[in-house]
Design a protein around this ligand. Structure first.
Ligand code: T1G
Length: 697
């Protein structure tokens, strides 16, 4: 069925795109627009044209799924030029999110109208691309160079009213009947002489002498290591120095360079991976969810308070429970501070804050949880305490309440066994800080029912988080892999690599923070306590020896002013500590570990392939149902560089044959305790396949 149609409304032709779910500019849509445009152009009774979309949004961009295939004409820039060269005025009537190629199409039209709830933007940079259908040339002509760069480098859409103020839109109308209002606007334009207006004819203004140099400096930190932002700036520079057509030719060259870049492949993978997580193998997407209105959080510490804040901020009624007055008061203060911070930063109004605070109540009594729809336990990470809590919950909570643990490593089945309703028990592993980190690891137990899983996915969406369903094992997916990554860091410290060297190498490679800075941020005591509880640690005295030695000396990190690094009082900036260097040397000597120089490549390969090996084992064990889920977990839970697509995609992009042979080398050099190549890696490498080809569903 043709996704584009044309219909005459007296002397106005309406071209309608209908290509669910987001009216992406597929080949069929591009072809349809061209054909309908010709029809409208040839129809002498047509005086003006409205470009409209059915469904929930105006065109949301080029069809990203087509990028892997050879481009098929008609190409988008040619369609946009046809729109602009039409002899009759064309009005783009927008709702939803007019993004990327969608906004570029609208800028090729002569007039732009949108409903107040619409947003318009050029988010291509989030996919490692640049607006490759003349957007880098038309946007600066409409809104000026600075605003255009801000929009394209951030990728953040503008709400309609702000877009109107910049000159990007000509009219904003209310949300009732967009088409009728667009037709009325078309008749106004006809009455005024039915003039066309070409954006390409507008001048590019507002560029001071050192503007681009200063702009590059301004965005350097935020765009470190990224390929597309620099090319966007170059395109806008061409807009100020070349003719429109010459600059468009440059844009096309730079767009091709971005599209072919490994970074764009990684970012496009990330985009689809984040949407795939919601498709849980074996879970009917129509599974009914439980009514979730009242949430109870147990434990008013950092995590519990953060989770309570996130739930109240999402409109849940929340009761926060703690058995200690001071703890409860501390939690209340944390939550109020988070809300007032949001008001100070302009993220919410005082009225919003008051409304959300009114949703919160605090209690020391378990009775307060009796009518909760979902209870999230966030108490100490020791099994005994968790079992005690869940036994109480079992006797207090109403039938059908979801009982969740925020445990980051412990056995969900063992926790569920403390209740008579294991089908209602699930793991909801929030990442710290809970009100910021988007990842939510949803840990299904042996008996967890489908509707509890579906309800947990709904909860994630309502909290604007990415819920990823994983199986039950020590550390689930994220933290289980973190042990391999951290283990290699710890071993390399003993082998002579300084903490600041390892951190810099991994930071420059793209990690948000190096492992040693992360340890000091999270607190070395936290990991230490968990390791003390474990009975399955490798029989290797070197295993986390440095982190244990620091924790045993009370060096927990930022919270104690020193850990792996030193921290001036009140500062979070890590400073290397000669004492730690001496401690590491002494431990290495005591363990008979020879110290040596180490290349950046070795540091990257041992840490990242350590992740990949554990990720392969996780797939073999069925703890993750697809490799891209593992990628999402590491991008959104641990600061893995998004433009590398996650650890498993990264291994696929290197080639599993290369990864496998390197792992075999490590196996020979460091022994099979950690580097025994997983069967799955060997199999896929041998078959010339990727982790992405491995499906358990
Ligand atoms: N192409 C193909 N599929 C797309 C798509 C796109 N552009 N955008 C979304 N989808 C699919 C998505 O995979 C999901 O599929 C479904 O639509 C709903 O998406 C030439 C080169 C529009 C804000 O970057 O930001 O134009 O999982 O779950 O939360 O210069 O989708 O159901 O099978 O995200 O309501 C530029 C990307 C492209 C916008 C809607 N445009 N999309 O969010 O739904 S490059 C973008 C979004 C370009 C030009 C350049 C969001 C959304 P499935 P969803 P949502």
């Amino acid at each position: 069925m043709n996704p584009v149609s044309i219909e005459r409304h007296s002397d106005v032709a309406v071209i309608t795109v209908d290509n669910p779910p987001v009216n992406a500019l597929s080949h069929a849509v591009r072809t349809g627009i061209a054909e309908c445009l010709e029809t409208a152009e040839a129809d002498r009774s047509v005086k003006a044209i409205v470009l409209f979309c059915n469904g929930r949004t105006f065109i949301a961009g080029a069809d990203i799924r087509e990028f892997g295939q050879p481009p098929k004409p008609p190409h988008l820039p040619d369609i946009i030029n046809k729109l602009e060269n039409c002899s009759k005025p064309i009005i783009a009537a927008m709702h939803g999110t007019a993004l990327g190629g969608g906004l570029e199409v609208a800028m090729g039209c002569h007039y732009r109208l949108a409903v107040a709830s619409a947003a318009v933007g050029l988010p291509e940079v989030n996919l490692g691309l640049l607006p490759g259908a003349t957007g880098t040339q038309r946007l600066p002509r409409l809104v000026g160079v600075q605003k255009a760069l801000d929009m394209m480098i951030s990728g953040v859409p503008l709400p309609a009213n702000k877009a109107l103020a910049t000159g990007l839109l000509d009219r904003v109308v209310d949300d009732t009947d967009l088409l009728q209002q667009a037709l009325a606007y078309a008749h106004e334009i006809i009455a005024a002489g039915a003039k066309t207006r070409k954006v390409r004819d507008l001048p590019v203004t507002g560029v001071a002498t050192n503007f681009f140099t200063e702009y590059r400096q301004q965005i350097a930190r935020k765009t470190r290591g990224l390929f597309a932002p620099e090319r966007i700036i170059q395109c806008v520079e061409f807009a100020t120095t070349l003719s429109f057509d010459d600059a468009v030719a440059k844009e096309r060259e730079l767009f091709a360079a971005c599209k072919d870049s490994p970074q764009s492949a990684g970012l496009r993978h990330a985009f689809f991976a984040e949407r795939a997580v919601a498709k849980v193998p074996g879970l009917d997407p129509k599974t009914a969810t439980r009514d979730l209105q009242k949430a109870a959080i147990i434990g008013a510490g950092t995590m519990g308070a953060g989770i309570a804040y996130a739930c109240a901020n999402a409109g849940f009624d929340v009761v926060l429970l703690d058995n200690d007055d001071a703890g409860l008061e501390g939690g209340r203060k944390t939550i109020e501070k988070l809300f007032s911070g949001g008001v100070e930063r302009g993220k919410m109004s005082q009225a919003d804050m008051d409304e959300r605070l009114a949703l919160l109540s605090y209690s020391k009594e378990y009775g307060a949880l009796a009518d909760a729809d979902i209870v999230i336990e966030a108490v100490f990470e020791t099994m005994a305490i968790k079992k005690e809590v869940f036994t109480k919950l079992d006797s207090v909570c109403k039938k059908g309440a979801i009982l969740a643990s925020n445990t980051s490593t412990l056995d969900i089945d063992a926790i569920a066994a403390a209740t008579k309703r294991p089908e209602d028990v699930i793991g909801l592993h929030f990442f710290s800080p809970a009100h910021i980190m988007k990842l939510l690891e949803i840990v299904r137990g042996k008996h967890t029912s489908d509707d509890v899983i579906a309800s947990s996915l709904l909860l994630a969406r309502r909290l604007s988080k990415i819920g990823t369903v994983v199986g039950n094992c020590f550390g689930f997916v994220g933290n289980r892999m973190l042990y391999s990554y951290g283990r290699e860091n710890q071993l390399m410290l003993l082998e002579g690599a300084a903490p600041e060297y390892i951190d810099k190498v991994l930071y420059d490679w793209g990690m948000a923070m190096g492992p040693n800075a992360v340890g000091d941020l999270a607190g070395l005591d936290v990991g230490y306590k968990v390791r003390q509880e474990r009975t399955d640690l490798p029989d290797d005295p070197r295993f986390y020896r440095v982190a244990n030695a620091l924790a045993e000396r009370g060096r927990y990190g930022q919270k104690t002013g020193k850990g792996m690094y030193l921290y001036e009082s009140g500062s979070r900036t890590p400073t290397p500590d000669p004492e730690v260097a001496a401690l590491i040397k002494a431990e290495a000597l005591a363990l008979g570990v020879e110290q040596r120089a180490m290349s950046p490549e070795e540091i990257i390969e041992r840490c990242i392939y350590g992740l990949v090996v554990e990720g392969a084992r996780i797939l073999e064990d069925g703890i993750a149902s697809r490799s891209s889920d593992i990628d999402v977990i590491w991008m959104h839970g641990y600061g893995f560089p998004r433009h590398r697509g996650g650890p498993m995609f990264y291994a696929d992009s290197i080639g599993l044959d290369k990864v496998y042979s390197r792992v075999c080398e490590f196996n020979k050099r460091f022994g099979p305790m950690y580097w025994e190549p997983p069967r799955l890696l060997q199999k896929l490498a041998g078959e010339g396949k990727k982790f992405a080809d491995y499906k358990t569903d």
